[in-house]
Design a protein around this ligand. Structure first.
Ligand code: PMP
Length: 441
């Protein structure tokens, strides 16, 4: 039963049972209205209140400054890969338009557009820091939308780790473009178990407030640690890991990117420049102006997210800092259990970038009769397919103990324990104990 299991799935993730109990009631009859929450109009007052409270509680929990706007969107994290490109390239074009008009001292559109076309060719760049399969996907989307000539790889982590993800290259080697439309990174790589230990120093704003326009995908670690929100122009995340159920994505963005004249230079202008025109549902300023209700939003999903936030605020008087301490403690328990048996387990990412949320490891030992004493032997055993056997046994025994959802992503294999906020401390303790006992057996 639900009460027996601890679920370590990577997303959709486990949701707090009391939140689901409330949600199931709300689905049938919201606040005694006789209608369920998924049946009420998204334009009703109760729907706007649900959105308003979820936004306020998110802002309180993460200390989001007042010059930021939060919007609820659809199409998941993947939709945001595209939305971030459209909106921030649009903002870059609008800035250049204004700058060229000033430089030329003219308002003549055709003269400005001629100069702008050249500037797009010579200067437009979007920067991607590739540290795992999700930032790689975002990069590929940018290439698909813009063309490779406009997309710069700041660094590709595979180049420093034998062709695989698992490290973050030293920031001194990063190749940032001058005045990029934005610099993109994924704060926590869900598949590869790589998390930025802190905000990358080379992207920090300068004292005068200028600096790179930073975009981050925080789909799998949002709400688990404190983030310096004001260092970002855009933070986005799908809800289905730490926030709520599948179906909504959230964008937190600096309001200065919102005025239509700045964000959206207009489809005709983009067309003249050969740049992609955003579908209207991906235009941040349109969604913001309409209180996330430009089209029909799933209020039920926003409600669940809102209840998760209320629970977090009730649980931790010091808000995200409280949750962060718990997440670190749980991750430490699991990593320590793995480290205690290096002959059996190999943690995939480098120690300096280990994710607190997605703990990825290989089980490399099959039986006492085939001992592996060092990394080389472990690597050989992985090639020989012994790992598969060992990992199958690990997963089978874990499942028998009701520790579920531990299978690694299909693209990389192995084991992945997703230590999201809803995994209780006792769940992490149970897993750590099992890791130890399995190794000893
Ligand atoms: N970014 C990250 C870090 C993710 O983990 C995921 C999904 N697991 C995505 C983006 C894609 O999200 P979605 O499936 O909601 O499009």
């Amino acid at each position: 039963s639900r009460a027996d299991i601890t679920y370590f799935g990577a997303g959709p993730a486990y949701l707090p049972t009391d939140v689901l109990e409330l949600a199931s009631q709300a689905l049938l009859d919201y606040n005694g209205t006789g209608l369920g929450i998924a049946e009420h109009s998204h334009r009703s007052e109760l729907a706007s209140n649900i959105i308003k409270e979820a936004k306020e509680d998110l802002a309180t929990y993460l200390d989001i400054p007042s010059d930021y706007e939060t919007i609820f969107m659809q199409a998941g994290g993947t939709g945001e890969f595209a939305a971030s490109v459209y909106n921030l390239v649009g903002a870059w074009v609008a800035r250049q338009y204004a700058a060229i008009a000033k430089e030329l001292g003219t308002e003549d559109e055709s003269a400005i557009v001629d100069a702008l076309r050249k500037r797009v060719e010579s200067d437009l760049k979007v920067d991607y820091i590739i540290t795992g399969s999700w930032s790689l996907k975002a990069y590929q989307e940018a290439v698909r939308l813009l063309g490779p000539e406009y997309v710069n790889i700041v660094t590709d982590a595979r180049t420093v780790n034998g062709g695989k993800f698992g490290k973050i290259p030293d920031q001194s080697t990063w190749k940032l473009s001058k005045d990029a439309a934005f610099v993109y990174y994924c704060d926590n790589e869900t598949v590869d178990g790589v998390e930025f230990p802190e905000f990358p120093a080379v992207l920090a704003p300068k004292e005068d407030g200028t600096g790179p326009i930073v975009v981050s995908d925080m789909s799998s670690n949002i709400l688990s640690r404190r983030i310096p929100v004001s260092n970002y122009s855009l933070i986005f995340f799908g809800a289905q890991k730490n926030l709520g159920s599948t179906g909504v994505a959230v964008a937190i963005l600096k309001k200065s990117f919102l005025p239509p004249s700045v964000v959206q230079p207009g489809a005709p202008l983009l067309r003249k420049l050969g740049l992609p025109i955003p579908p209207i549902i991906f235009q941040y300023e349109i969604i913001a102006k309409n209180n996330s209700l430009y089209n029909t939003l799933s209020i039920f999903d926003v409600y669940i997210a809102g209840q998760v936030l209320k629970k977090l605020l009730r649980t931790y008087s010091n808000k995200v800092d409280g949750q962060q301490a718990v997440a670190e403690n749980k991750a430490e328990l699991i990593y320590s259990a793995l480290e205690a048996h290096p002959e059996v387990y190999r943690i995939v990412p480098d120690k300096s970038v280990r994710s607190k949320m997605n703990i990825c490891f290989r089980v490399t030992k099959v039986s006492i009769s085939t001992p592996f004493t060092d990394e080389t032997n472990n690597a050989n055993s992985e090639k020989n397919g012994n790992v598969d056997e060992a990992e199958k046994a690990f997963l089978k025994e874990a499942t028998a103990l009701h520790l579920t959802g531990l299978k690694g992503h299909r693209s990389v294999g192995g084991i992945r324990a997703s230590n999201y906020n809803s995994v209780p401390l006792e769940g992490a303790e149970k897993l750590a104990k099992f890791i130890d006992e399995f190794a000893k057996a």
